[in-house]
Design a protein around this ligand. Structure first.
Ligand SMILES: [Zn+2]
Length: 185
């Protein structure tokens, strides 16, 4: 699908810093945070002027309700030098996602519903419910570890838990934003 195609992101000094997808790139255009780069003459465009570029060669179009928008191959950020880091919210589901659905003690991969969240330093000992103290654990390991630290239980963590700074793209969010955007035009 055109809207999930990759788009190169340049910072305002024309240095490539990221790869996003067409849908997300168009949202940045719509928000005024980026301009599309016309690779035929390196002119840059806001969303409005981008829809009116007369391309010499055929370009892929994204259907946008009342009008179609060319899919940008390259966009240039107008505001940020760096792409803001996405920080996912702390939740049971996101801890399991961070740990790739695997028990952090024995490596068992299981259905998210069958995995538990283990407090590395147990709650009964003041362990907080935060990224750096919570890991996915299978029922057996969680039971075995009980109210002990990994050292006391002689159980080794696959890796020290930390706040993840990247999450897989969530295209449906962009689809929803795009739908709201075209409705307003
Ligand atoms: Zn386990």
């Amino acid at each position: 699908m055109v809207r999930h195609r990759p788009t190169l992101v340049l910072n305002k000094h024309w240095v490539p810093i990221d790869v996003t997808n067409v849908m997300r790139a168009l949202c940045k255009l719509a928000d005024g945070n980026a301009r599309a780069v016309n690779l035929e003459d390196f002119s840059t465009h806001d969303l409005d002027s981008w829809t009116r570029v007369g391309f010499r060669e055929a370009v892929a179009l994204v259907r946008g309700g009342s009008y179609d928008v060319p899919a940008p191959d390259v966009i240039i950020l107008t505001r940020y030098d760096r792409v803001p880091v996405r920080k996912p919210a702390f939740s049971r589901a996101n801890v399991i996602k961070r740990d790739r659905g695997a028990c952090q003690y024995c490596g068992l991969r299981d259905h998210a519903a069958r995995l538990t969240i283990d407090h590395v330093l147990p709650r009964s000992r003041g362990g907080a419910t935060v990224w750096s103290n919570c890991v996915a654990a299978c029922v057996a390991c969680n039971r075995r570890k009980n109210d002990r630290t990994p050292e006391e239980a002689r159980m080794r963590l696959a890796k020290p838990p930390a706040q993840p700074v990247w999450m897989p793209p969530r295209p449906w969010e962009d689809e929803a934003r795009w739908a709201r955007f075209v409705q307003g035009h």
